[in-house]
Design a protein around this ligand. Structure first.
Ligand SMILES: *[C@@H]1O[C@H](CO)[C@@H](O)[C@H](O)[C@H]1NC(C)=O
Length: 289
């Protein structure tokens, strides 16, 4: 009897905690959802933890990760990238299942450039261990002049990489055509700032200029709304999650227009049309955007 009522209270507490995770006020502070994973000394909290500064110098880059993993949902943050001469630096924002062999991963990589040259955003998608799906877009604004919102939305029907609510990359669920879609493994949210001048800028021709170090990137308005794993087991398949609403299962007419505009005017590389790598177009490319 006593044990039974104790369990009942325990159960109520678990539910309250679970609900508060999903609906608590957003954006959150950095430490609510994230932890430093690389070089504590190079990540500084600012504005009472509502923002952070990432530092890259010759001694180290740095990185952070979400405390939890999620299965479906949306993550966004505002980022102000390294200004001026950022050639050779890479700022990454991604989700990753942390499973080596059958990895699922959704990548944003911001490739720095010489002063006045455009930043390139590379996106890539791994599903069930298969990647090699790079696309590149040159941004239509200076991402180091101001904060802009970068988001990944992941539903049962599609994945959208957003820049200020403009889709720059969409990956639809084409399982019916035999193309694996990430849905079995939860993913964590990650970000890093590091040096990769062997490939990042003009294919590695432009080297990092350490005289310009330290390099700084800024983040704020951390927002993760998704199904934490471990968490309520019925959450990932719950059709009442707002990101599973019918209106989020395909692009709106405005999103479609914006996505076309990005592809026509700002896309500089698409693995789908790279005949040297893919003489036969990969199936998801044939399935259409
Ligand atoms: C850097 O600038 C060059 C020259 O404008 C451009 O071709 C390239 O796409 C830009 N981005 C990277 C990452 O090299």
């Amino acid at each position: 009897m006593g044990l039974k009522s104790f369990n009942a209270i325990g159960f109520v507490c678990v539910c309250v905690v679970a609900i508060s995770i999903v609906v608590s006020g957003r954006p959150a502070t950095f430490l609510e959802d994230f932890r430093v994973t690389w070089a504590d000394s190079h990540i500084r909290q600012i504005d009472g933890g509502r923002g952070i500064q990432l530092v890259l110098d010759q001694s180290s880059g740095c990185g952070f990760a979400s405390k939890r993993q999620y299965l479906f949902g949306t993550v966004s943050m505002k980022i102000k990238l390294v200004p001026g001469d950022s050639a050779g630096t890479v700022t990454a924002f991604y989700m990753n299942s942390d499973t080596d062999t059958i990895r699922d991963e959704l990548d944003f990589e911001f490739l720095g450039n010489r002063s006045g040259q455009p930043y390139t955003v590379q996106t890539n998608i791994y599903t069930r261990g298969k990647g090699n799906r790079e696309q590149r877009v040159n941004l239509w604004f200076d991402p180091a002049a101001d904060f802009h919102t970068y988001s990944i939305t992941w539903t049962h029907s599609l994945i959208i990489f957003g820049v200020d609510d403009i889709p720059i990359r969409v990956f639809k669920n084409h399982e019916a055509k035999g193309i694996p879609y990430p849905k079995l493994q939860p993913m964590g949210v990650y970000s890093t700032l590091w040096e990769a001048d062997d490939w990042a800028t003009r294919g590695g021709l432009e080297k990092i200029d350490w005289k310009k170090a330290p390099f700084y990137a800024y983040y704020k308005d951390f927002d993760i709304e998704g199904c934490p794993v471990p968490g309520p087991t019925n959450c990932p398949s719950n059709p009442n999650n707002w990101w599973e609403a019918p209106s989020y299962q395909s692009l709106s007419p405005l999103q479609t227009r914006n996505y076309r505009w990005v592809r026509m005017n700002h896309m500089i590389y698409d693995y789908c049309t790279d005949k040297s790598r893919h003489p036969v177009s990969p199936p998801e490319c044939v399935a259409g955007i």
